[in-house]
Design a protein around this ligand. Structure first.
Ligand code: URP
Ligand code: ZN
Ligand code: ZN
Length: 469
């Protein structure tokens, strides 16, 4: 069956043009000049989707999500089914989630458990990164095998001692392994040993409210870890991708490394562009728990928001991901009502990334093309899925979003589709609306209705990062 998406403005990472997009089965087969003979003849036999007045963009690629992830005392509240359905509502058609090898666990067992949860339960296509929480001989050799199986990126933690933290020796070993197998190291760059000491001291002083999470996770401890990771990557001769970068200081480290020619990249997330330590993490009572995530929200008085938008525009920051890690207030965030250290870390937002970053286009921070590049094209490239994903071109999967720039969206827990009893962006009304979402040629969202199913999404065996391509 063929479908012609007609009359819309097709946005790519390099430009925007009125064009018709011809889809056959699961693939894009042509991008046609409107009114051309070939477009007219395609229109005769195809089903037509009228995209007049709409932006036609590649389906979003969110390379940092945590669905039904066990964090010890609780499990993140979106299942693969609910989280990928919410992603689809928000115009994201691919996620890359994480399988986690904790300290003392086997990589293979952790991966198999994640695959069992995900396969057959995703509304959109999905890939997997592997968290290596215990770098040892076995996990290092597993990394080589995983690259061959389509898991070409490995997250390490400089935080969470005793649970996930890798010391410098382990980090360097993992980087050397990636220098050999072509994998990408993703780094949670915070000095967890120093943070845990500051947290212990804060609690001893009776400072137990959620805002203290932000006070003890000092910006200097993010920039120090970012710098250390960059230098270790230089020595290990591996590419490095810093996840959930939140502060000006860490950004400066990444900018400098990139300026010096290093293969260092970073993502930031909408929460670091819109939410702050004072207004959100510091909200009265226990409200701040809604906004506990790591790295933490930063002070609105220190120009982090402005610097991060600048970084997005100038390519110091390459990717927007959500770090979607949702928990409900009830029975989950409230585990830390007496001690901020027990609040599960994470914010849900997989549904709102495309809309929230589009606001940067509205306010002139970034261009339309940069919006698409940050939310779809570069994440697909960075994690070895391009040109199957992240682009509208012949041969690509027909993952396509029709975006209405003239409509508005109001974000609320009453209407969102994530399994969360609150929204971090409650009440925000934004310009633009995801109108129609196609995943591999099937319309899964249109007319404010979800038409997809949890058996639709397929596992993506990823290639090596294409950051140099
Ligand atoms: O607070 C966060 N970010 N939770 C998810 C786990 C991680 O470190 O990315
Ligand atoms: Zn992290
Ligand atoms: Zn994360």
């Amino acid at each position: 069956m063929t479908t012609l998406i007609s009359g819309g403005k097709v946005i790519s990472a390099t430009g925007a043009d009125l064009a018709d997009v011809l889809v056959d089965g699961e693939k894009i087969v042509a991008v046609l000049q409107p009114g051309s003979d070939i477009a007219k003849s395609a229109a005769e036999s195809a089903e037509i989707i009228d995209a007049t007045g709409k932006y036609v963009i590649p389906g979003g690629v969110d390379v940092h999500t945590h669905m039904e992830t066990d964090v010890g005392p609780t499990v993140s509240s979106d299942t693969f089914e609910s989280g990928t359905t919410a992603a689809a509502w928000g115009g994201t058609t691919t996620i890359v989630d994480f399988a986690t090898q904790g300290f003392g666990e086997q990589v293979r067992e952790s991966l198999d458990a994640t695959m069992a949860r995900a396969e057959g339960n995703c509304a959109i296509d999905f890939g997997v990164h592997m968290v290596i929480g215990d770098v040892n001989e076995t996990s290092l050799s597993e990394m080589d095998k995983l690259v061959d199986e389509g898991i070409s990126s490995f997250k390490l933690f400089m935080a969470y001692p005793g649970r996930l933290l890798s010391d410098d020796r382990q980090i360097l070993l993992a980087m050397q392994q990636c220098a050999g197998n072509g994998g990408m190291i993703m780094m949670h760059a915070e000095n967890g040993i120093a943070i845990d000491l500051l947290a212990e001291q804060a609690v001893a002083r009776g400072e137990t409210d959620p805002v203290n999470h932000g006070y003890v996770r000092r910006e200097a401890l993010e920039s120090e870890a970012t710098f250390r990771a960059i230098k270790l990557a230089e020595v290990g001769a591996a590419p490095l991708y810093i996840v959930h970068l939140s502060s000006s200081g860490a950004l400066e480290q990444v900018s400098r490394a990139r300026h010096d020619g290093a293969n260092v990249f970073a993502e930031t997330c909408p929460q670091y562009l819109y939410l702050s330590l004072e207004d959100h993490l510091g909200a009265p009572g226990f409200e701040g728990a809604k906004y506990v995530c790591s790295t933490p929200l930063r002070s609105k008085h220190e120009h982090h928001h402005r610097d991060l938008w600048n970084g997005l525009r100038t390519n110091a920051l390459s990717v927007i991901a959500t770090d979607h890690c949702p928990f409900c207030m009830n029975d989950q965030k409230d585990l830390g009502v007496d001690d901020f250290r027990s609040i599960p870390n994470g914010i849900g937002g997989v549904e709102h990334r495309i809309d929230l970053i589009y606001q940067g286009v509205v306010t002139g921070e970034i261009s339309l093309s940069r919006w698409v590049e940050l939310c779809a094209t570069t994440p697909a490239r960075m994690f070895g899925m391009y040109p199957q994903k992240g682009t509208i071109q012949p041969g690509a999967d027909a993952d396509i979003v029709l975006y209405d720039p003239n409509a508005t969206t109001t974000i609320s827990a009453d209407t969102h589709h994530m399994n969360m009893d609150y929204s971090a962006y409650e009440g925000i009304t934004i310009d633009g609306k995801v109108e129609t979402v196609m995943s591999r040629g099937t319309v899964i969202v249109s007319n404010d209705t979800f038409h997809g199913s949890a058996s639709h999404g397929r596992y993506i065996r990823r290639g090596l990062s294409q950051y140099l391509n």
